[in-house]
Design a protein around this ligand. Structure first.
Ligand code: A3P
Length: 283
């Protein structure tokens, strides 16, 4: 099923992101009030999108990912009259320059790459839009090589981390949302200048729990065009387990050593220390 994937500027995309669209992104017309929701796949994008759309009283539109679709996408997004919340899995270098020029607000969500790898493995297995993977062992190697959709987790993270202190960028972690969602939601409202009571925040957190979101998705008649992930139109594939540390049920001790070796090498200049986090606090 190799034809499901094509490579653009060195990064593997599914054919659901057309090369023409990817080429035209450089000319994308950003608006000052656009909010970008950025992630490497399987980092909690849907969760965050669910929270953010509930924060607004006014009309906002959660679009499909900017890199998803064909060339007609640009026109489609241009036609929207309301404020746009735009998800994307693009790395920083590939982001349409207009978003940077206009200092649009961007929220980057990241997750322990070990859990991201496990989540992505299951996603590959269940998703007909992605190439077949036979075993966890095989996928583990692909992930570490960056031979998966959206390329290397490390490159993606590092490209964004470099900009994390810019005032229009907010960095979030899946694990922090699991630990204290109301606090993170509060941080998001401050960042987005949204006025909302603590009581409303509590309510939104309740509605955004894994079980609530999973149940709602199973009930809804999902519109195939309504997706925040460029890799599937089937939202039912998203809500798998929703926990921290599932990697421990998949990694062999040898795989763990190899992962940490590569992590430490690639992340030498990074401030992020997931590995330390996960051994010290037993996440
Ligand atoms: P698992 O496969 O580990 O369960 P994305 O939205 O970026 O594709 O990420 C999907 C991951 O986020 C899945 O991880 C999914 O279960 C988890 N997730 C989705 N909604 C969640 C929620 N409300 N709370 C916790 N985790 C959630």
């Amino acid at each position: 099923k190799a034809e499901l994937i094509h490579v653009f500027k060195g990064i593997p995309f599914t054919t659901r992101s057309s090369p023409e669209l990817l080429k035209s992104l450089d000319n994308f017309d950003a608006r000052e009030d656009d909010v970008l929701l950025v992630s490497y796949p399987k980092s909690g994008t849907h969760w965050l999108a669910g929270v953010i759309t509930k924060l607004y009283n006014s009309q906002v539109t959660l679009t499909s990912p900017i890199e998803f679709g064909d060339i007609s996408k640009l026109e489609e997004l241009d036609k929207l009259s309301s404020k746009r919340i735009i998800p994307t899995h693009l790395d920083y270098n590939m982001l349409p320059p207009n978003f940077k020029k206009k200092k649009c607000k961007m929220i980057y969500i990241s997750r322990n790459p070990k859990d991201t790898a496990v989540s992505m493995y299951h996603y590959y297995r269940d998703n007909p839009n992605l190439p077949t993977v036979d075993t966890w062992t095989a996928f583990f190697d692909l992930f570490l090589r960056g031979d998966v959709v959206c390329g290397s987790w490390f490159d993606h993270f590092l490209s964004w981390e470099e900009h994390k202190n810019e005032t229009n960028i907010l960095f979030l972690f899946y694990e922090d949302m699991k630990k204290d969602l109301p606090k993170i939601v509060k941080d998001i409202t401050v960042f987005l200048n949204i006025n909302i009571s603590d009581h409303e925040i509590q309510d939104i957190c309740k509605k955004s729990s894994f079980s609530e979101m999973k149940t709602n998705t199973e009930k809804e008649n999902s519109d195939p065009n309504h997706t925040v992930c460029a890799l599937t139109s089937n939202r039912k594939l998203i809500f798998r387990k929703g926990t921290v540390g599932d990697w421990k049920n998949h990694f062999t001790p040898k795989q763990n050593l190899r992962f940490e070796e590569i992590f430490n090498e690639k992340m030498k200049l990074s401030n992020m220390n997931y590995i330390q986090l996960s051994t010290e606090t037993d996440l």
